[in-house]
Design a protein around this ligand. Structure first.
Ligand code: COS
Length: 385
């Protein structure tokens, strides 16, 4: 049984505690622990639809557009991702991408754009994607090459986006492209491009160690109405950074969910596996590992929920706190899960074992939405300011 004492911390109110307990009950009943089979696209579509019907996706948008709370609440997002992550990585992925993929619309969209997309995101009727990275611009966003050329009352997009989660199954993509007002970060704008728009193609599907829909997109002479631009021209870089400021804390929370599951599995194993006339948990080396795992999880959770609380309650800019949470939670969770695999011994690397799955699932969290090295850059810059 996972440790839930963190819910007593002062960062939360009763609505958060109720959210966790309702979601825990729903996930225990509705999320399969037995894997999702080979068709990951179909599994993700089914998960988005189930999460939408159950009302969980309402936490990805604000109340005016079908959401659960007046404003997107970071602590709710974190509780949702931590709990879903503890149950099933793909359910967490499907939830997270609805938020990240529509975040730019929530932040920079006008009322008509929000009305068109957000209620369908919240209902699980439209799948969202965030298209920022490019083959030569992942960490260095300002170096992006994809361009959007104004042409009458249209924009024409050309370029390539890669590592796009939900690429291939999304109904729309929030695409960032160079509009050329200035070099670097000051010349980028944000757009929504509907799947099926002529000139938007899935150039390649990408297979990764923890399968989920992922693709490279090609934009070739892709014409969209100018009304699909989100916010002011040249405002795209800030919109992307603000979106990441919100959702990076939730990546940390997902990592914590994975780590809590690994610790639970390790404890059950350590208490039952007999060796040299005692159980594994009787060995001080096992106890040292369990102590480190539990402490790493609490350290990560304190940083993560601090960042979420600062944003929700103090309305603070949390670039630094969010980067700290994302870096520490993803790095330490990788270590926690590795220790769980070690406690399982040979069984820990058998395909389909929960700790084996977690071992594969945690790895990309140290890379996506800003690698650990980028988080260090951000923390240092903010600290030196
Ligand atoms: N919120 C709001 N505005 C921000 C911001 C934030 N978090 N971060 C930067 N900005 C603003 C700056 O204030 C600056 O504004 P002005 O032009 O008005 O001065 C502008 O954006 C440019 O900022 P900066 O000079 O810091 O840009 P850099 O190119 O140096 O940014 C980092 C470098 C590393 C911070 C950025 O590229 C980054 O976060 N990279 C990682 C991206 C990522 O997560 N990629 C994974 C893809 S998503 S899976």
């Amino acid at each position: 049984m996972a440790d839930k004492s963190y819910l007593d911390w002062p960062f939360f109110d009763d609505a958060h505690r109720a959210l966790e307990s309702d979601l825990e009950a729903w996930a225990s009943k509705n999320i399969s622990h037995a894997g999702h089979g080979a068709d990951t696209d179909a599994a993700c579509r089914a998960l988005v639809s189930a999460l939408g019907r159950a009302g969980w996706l309402k936490y990805c948008v604000s109340a005016a557009y079908g959401g659960a709370r007046e404003h997107i609440d970071s602590r709710s997002l974190c509780i949702l991702r931590e709990t879903l992550g503890r149950h099933d990585g793909l359910a967490d992925f499907s939830f997270a991408m609805q938020g990240l993929g529509s975040g730019a619309i929530s932040i920079a969209g006008n009322d008509a754009q929000k009305r068109r997309y957000l209620p369908r995101v919240a209902a699980g009727e439209a799948i969202a994607a965030f298209a920022l990275s490019e083959p030569d611009s992942g960490s260095d966003v300002a170096a992006m090459a994809t361009c959007a050329r104004p042409d009458g009352n249209e924009y024409v997009l050309d370029g390539e986006k890669t590592w796009i989660s939900n690429g291939g199954i999304a109904d729309f993509y929030c695409v960032f492209a160079r509009t050329g007002e200035a070099p670097g970060a000051r010349g980028i704008s944000a757009f929504v491009v509907d799947a099926g728009t002529p000139g938007l193609e899935i150039a390649k599907r990408i297979d990764v160690i923890a399968p989920h829909p992922l693709a490279t997109l090609a934009l070739r002479n892709c014409r969209i109405p100018a009304t699909q631009r989100l916010g002011e021209p040249a405002g795209g870089f800030k919109t992307a950074m603000q979106t990441l400021d919100i959702f990076r804390a939730s990546v940390a929370a997902a990592a914590i969910g994975f780590a809590r599951r690994a610790l639970d599995e390790a404890i059950t194993r350590a208490k039952s596996r007999r060796m040299f006339g005692q159980v594994l948990a009787d060995f001080q080396l096992t106890q040292a590992a369990i102590a480190d795992m539990a402490t790493d999880i609490d350290m990560s959770a304190l940083l993560t929920y601090r960042a979420a609380w600062l944003r929700d309650v103090k309305k603070a800019k949390t670039t630094r706190e969010t980067a700290m949470a994302k870096m520490v939670a993803t790095e330490t969770s990788q270590h926690v899960i590795d220790r769980a695999v070690q406690i399982f011994g040979g069984l820990g690397v058998v395909s389909g074992q929960p700790v084996e799955r977690l071992y594969r699932e945690i790895r990309s969290l140290r890379i996506y939405e800003g690698a650990t090295e980028v988080q260090k850059l951000i923390i240092a810059r903010e600290t030196l300011k």
